[in-house]
Design a protein around this ligand. Structure first.
Ligand code: URA
Length: 241
């Protein structure tokens, strides 16, 4: 890893703001490989150095990956002057890591949302070229039939001429259905279902690739992803419906 300023290494961990970190370092609370370092600008190899703050050993990670059960009613953007965002649901430590949502869920959509500070990763998850399926549970008005599932499979054409990639639709009882898409166009799932005469009343994302939403999180809950789970996103064994 390239040598980085000590305050930047600690900043990437979200411990405190950069100005607070400079004070913390100057006051001698940080040891690097056993020696106190009081210059914030001191360059270190964050991945190899043993960094201790107030007696607690820290492990450096450049990139962070979280999943959230996004509640309906919250925007999936990093900031908004009037409305609550998914970042507002995180504690300060995570807000300082530079996390952003991987793609967008509509304000009224709930379910699996990934948050990261890794732009390449986000692009890979979102890009239809990566072939990562996104699985949604929708509650609709109106009725859907096998001919709609066939139309999904063949690639729907929406009213405005937008052509969709082949997708999957499975009908469930009580006006519910599962939808699997690879792309994330604006209001994609809602527009696809509306074009079949079934406007969406509720939408929830259940999985991305073979990574399922952790049912224990509950609305607004979040947790860090394990390495094993990151691999599930891009594996061949994306969730079957
Ligand atoms: N498709 C939609 O229409 N809305 C979402 O939030 C996600 C997918």
């Amino acid at each position: 890893m390239a040598m980085m300023r000590l305050d930047k290494v600690l900043g990437d961990l979200g411990i405190a703001s950069r100005s607070e970190l400079r004070q913390i370092i100057r006051s001698g609370r940080v040891l690097v490989d056993g020696c106190p370092v009081t210059q914030p600008e001191k360059r270190i190899d964050g991945e190899r150095a043993r960094i201790v703050l107030d007696g607690r050993e820290l492990s450096y990670k450049k990139y962070h990956y979280y999943m959230m059960d996004k509640p309906a009613g919250v925007l999936s953007v990093t900031e908004d002057s009037r409305q609550k965002t998914v970042l507002d649901l995180l504690p300060g430590e995570l807000r300082r890591m530079g996390l952003f949502p991987v793609g967008r869920l509509d304000k009224d959509t709930s379910g699996l949302l990934l948050l990261t500070n890794d732009g390449d990763f986000a692009h890979r998850v979102i890009s239809p070229k990566s072939g990562v399926w996104k699985l949604y549970l929708a509650k609709v008005e109106g009725s859907l039939g096998p001919e709609d599932a066939k139309a999904f499979k063949n690639g729907l054409s929406l009213g405005d001429g937008t052509k969709c990639l082949p997708a999957e639709l499975e009908l469930l009882p009580e006006g519910c259905c599962l939808v699997k898409v690879m792309e994330g166009k604006y209001h994609q799932v809602k527009r696809m279902l509306a074009s079949c005469g079934a406007p969406v009343r509720e939408l929830r994302r259940l999985a991305i690739g073979a990574l399922e939403l952790d049912k224990n999180l509950g609305p607004g809950g979040f947790r860090e992803l394990e390495d094993r789970e990151l691999k599930l996103l891009f594996g061949q064994d994306a969730l079957e419906i």
